[in-house]
Structures are given as C-alpha cells and as structure tokens.
Design a protein around this ligand. Structure first.
Ligand code: GLU
Length: 491
C-alpha cells in the first residue's frame, strides 16, 4: 500500500475533521477535531474541515451551523474548507463509474423491507448479519436499464476470505477477514440514471484522496469501517492515508459514556459557563497526556506538546469534577477586567443587570469576591444574585442556634448601630474590626449571634461570602436597608 502525504520524501501533514451534521456537536466531536488540529499544527501541516452531509434524512442546516459556530468558539480554526460533500457529487460520480465498470461495484435492487427481513432472520438464527447480494451476478448493462426506472444501491463486491490489515498509529497492526465485514457494503444510492448520493464508506475515500489527507484521526467506532475504505481505495488504485483511531470516551463509572454525559452538546457547556480554553485543555487529556504532571496547558502549549504516539489505547474517562476544577483555574488566572467581560453576558442572561446599563466597577467588586471560588460563569447568577437584587428568604433562616426572634432583632439593632460609620470608614477591614468587637460581647461570646443574622439579612443565603466582604461591596445604604427589611420580617 502506498501512502498519501509525502512530497519529495518529506511528509506533508494534512488532517481533516469530517463531522456529519446529523446531531448537535458533542464532546466526542471536539476531541476528534482537537486531536486533528493539534497534530497538524504541531507539524506545520494543514487542518481541513469537511462537512459530510450526504445523509439527507438526518441532515439539518442547524447542525451544520452548530459545527461551524462551535469550532469558531473553541478557536479550532481550519486552514481549508469547509468543503461540503453535497457540493462535490461530480467528483464521486467519476469514481463510482470506474468501480462499476471494473466490476468492483454493482447495482442492488433489493427493497428496504427485504433487507430488513434478511437482517432480522440472521439475528434470529444467531448468524453475523451480512448482505451477500445476489445482484452482483447481474451484468452491468442489464442493471443499467433497470436503474433508469427504479432506485437502487450501489454496493461494493466484498471479496471472499481476504485478509485485510493496516497499522493503526495508536493500536498497531489490525487484521480483518473480508468475510466478517457484513457482506457487500453500500457505496451510493441512486434514484434514476443521473441522480445519486454517495454514502460514507465511499465518499470518505475519495475525499481523503482528493484532499491529500495524510492522517485520518478519528474515533475508535470507525475501526470497522477502515478495512472497507481500504478495499475501495485499493480497487481504485488510490494511495491510502495513515490511520489513528482514538480511544472511546468513558463515563466516570468506566462504562461507555452515558447519553447524559456524552451527547451533551458543547453548547450546553458553553451556556453553563465553561471557557473554551478550559474545555480544550480538559478534552486534550481524554486519551492523551504530555507524560509529565502538568495539567494546565493552553492551546499553544498543547500544540507544542501533543504527540500522537502518546495517545492511549484504553478508554479515556470523562471526569466532570476535573473539568470544573480546570475551569476554575482558568477563571482565577483572568484579570478582573477579563472576568467581568466574560461574566456580563451571564448576568444579563439571568436578568441581574440590564444590557448596556450597568455599573462595571460594582460588577468587578462582586466578581473579585467570588473569583477564588468560582467554577463556572453560569453559576454567578445563582450564587451572587443577592448583590444585584434584594434577597428573598424566610425569617427562620435568620435564626442562629437557639436564638429567639427578639434576640435576633436585638443583634440586628446592634449591627445597625455599629454600621453608622462615615462612608470612608465603611471598608472591609474596618467593618471586620468593629463588628468582631461587638460580636465578642454577645452571650457566651458566641460571635454567630451577631454575624449569622447579619449575613443572612444581607444575602438571604445559608452559605455565602462572609458578612464583612458583603457589607463592603453592598455599601452602607443598601446594607442598612436590608437589615431594616430583616427586622420587619421578624416583627
Ligand atoms: N462523518 C463521520 C462522522 O461524523 C466521520 C468520518 C471519518 O472521520 O472518517 O462520524
């Protein structure tokens, strides 16, 4: 077998990401796109985007838009494309004719119902499902007459008992026997003499050749397609790319990633407030690692360190906690201006601020407080809403230990008095000093008697940043108003 991708002896790297727009872009897609991107960028090669849109029944334009949008958001920029298979039909037609003329392909007129019945029977009889088509015996010219009147499938004539092998760059040598590949597989659908649609295992071979793809890097689920593609390539005398099949992505229980975890569309991660750089960093480690204990790597660093030889064979475990941790690291690395810029759309979405009508300095103050703990931008609304609108809570939440309502009112009055400071003195450190001094005077020196009701009055939450920080950000006027509201709740 000769290989694509060498020019005057020097290997020219060309990879492609070839998604089918038949569903939303998910984590598995990102991993395939990313590894192809990293491998080509590392070697100064070319990364190509090809939209495999020949499944007209499942195709939706919004899925195609989703692919483009998501790749852009992630910053996985392609050098060539997007090419669309639906716009390349003339190219496939020539090769399909060649296969038909050479007898490597033939027309099949079996109905869908017939094929389904055959499949079911084979399953019932515990046979490996395969369609060894009778129509391969019909002379091409006879079939051609029929093709002008009815729809048909073009199938590849599967050789009997042929060993097919290839060396996978991740898994080493993989062997197949042609008898175990499901029989005469389909290459194209025809509907009348000139109307045809290529199918995956055919179009992919033509495109990989035509686009001079040197390396096909894709999910392990495509391993069993590879021998079919090799057969098509051989029948046409085409050089083949090298293959690298990426390990499955497993759920945290090491079982195949569940629908809930895996097919979660990338948009959902985006809406939850994961940063593209954190997501890419996380996904790069799904089946690969740099062989050191480094965990935080930018896209640039990933390009530098990526090595296809270090991709593992075994399944890669998807660990959401690790993703959250990484995202938090990226959020903490940001300057407060950068963080505010990223957070504002989420605050707008959650109706906490109005579009183009907000106090940026105030937002930055709030975010500074939460930055050390923040994991996802989408959490900001839920965790920090009280900074933007008065909290709602039941008066019982104000209770600390065995305090009665009247004790709480007393505590809140103490707080009110203590907060009668000049604006200039209303600073975090000063507030802490003054309030702690007051708190120590409480019954049994139990500081919670003053600080718990005060914090709840300000935030309406069981858990939140501490009262001094919150007071400092809310400011004197708003803080006093909230304490007053709390006292009224207790009346
Ligand atoms: N279009 C195929 C898919 O989305 C990918 C084909 C390939 O990478 O060879 O699964």
């Amino acid at each position: 077998m000769s290989f694509l991708g060498s020019l005057f002896g020097k290997e020219v790297i060309r990879t492609r990401f070839a998604p089918s727009p038949t569903g939303l872009f998910h984590i598995g897609n990102v991993r395939t796109a990313l590894f192809n991107f990293l491998f080509s960028k590392k070697t100064g090669g070319t990364f190509i985007l090809r939209i495999e849109d020949t499944d007209t029944e499942r195709y939706k334009p919004e899925y195609e838009e989703d692919i483009i949008e998501t790749l852009k958001w992630l910053g996985l920029t392609w050098d060539e494309g997007p090419f669309k298979q639906s716009e390349r039909l003339a190219l496939y037609a020539g090769y399909l004719n060649q296969l038909l003329e050479n007898g490597d392909a033939f027309y099949c007129f079996h109905s869908k119902e017939f094929l389904e019945r055959e499949h079911e029977k084979q399953i019932q009889d515990k046979e490996i499902p395969a369609h060894n088509c009778e129509f391969k015996k019909v002379p091409l010219r006879d079939s051609e007459k029929r093709v002008s009147k009815e729809s048909a499938l073009v199938r590849f004539r599967m050789p009997v008992d042929l060993e097919i092998s290839f060396t996978d760059l991740i898994r080493g040598k993989i062997n197949f026997n042609s008898g175990a590949l499901g029989g005469d597989f389909s290459l194209a659908k025809t509907d009348g003499p000139d109307k045809f649609l290529p199918l995956y295992n055919f179009a992919v071979v033509i495109d990989d050749f035509d686009m001079k793809i040197s390396h096909v890097i894709r999910g392990e689920d495509h391993i069993s397609n590879t021998p079919k593609q090799i057969l098509v390539g051989q029948a046409l005398g085409l050089p083949m790319p090298k293959f690298a099949h990426l390990p499955l992505i497993l759920g945290s229980d090491r079982a195949k990633l569940s629908k809930r975890e895996a097919s979660v569309s990338v948009n959902e991660y985006r809406e939850a407030g994961y940063l593209p750089e954190a997501l890419l960093n996380f996904i790069a480690f799904l089946g690969w690692n740099p062989g050191t204990d480094e965990e935080i790597l930018s896209l640039k660093e990933l390009i530098k360190k990526f090595d296809l030889n270090k991709v593992q064979k075994g399944g890669a475990v998807f660990n959401t906690e690790k993703l959250d941790w990484l995202n938090g690291c990226y959020l903490r690395k940001m300057t407060i201006d950068e963080l505010a810029k990223k957070a504002i759309p989420f605050l707008e979405r959650d109706n906490l601020i109005e579009k183009n009508n907000y106090n940026l300095e105030y937002i930055k103050k709030v975010l500074l407080l939460e930055q050390p703990r923040l994991k996802k931008l989408g959490e900001i609304g839920e965790r920090l809403a009280f900074f933007f609108k008065p909290p709602k809570y039941e008066p019982e939440l104000l209770i600390w230990r065995d305090m009665l309502f009247k004790d709480i009112v007393f505590s809140l009055n103490v707080a009110q008095d203590a907060l009668q400071l000049d604006e200039s003195e209303f600073t975090r450190d000063n507030l802490e000093k003054i309030l702690l001094k007051e708190a120590e005077r409480a019954k049994n020196k139990d500081k919670g008697r003053l600080l718990w009701p005060l914090r709840v009055a300000l935030t309406g939450l069981k858990a939140s940043p501490g009262p001094f920080e919150v007071l400092d950000v809310l400011g004197k006027k708003e803080s006093l108003a909230r304490i007053e509201t709390a006292i009224k709740k207790l009346a």
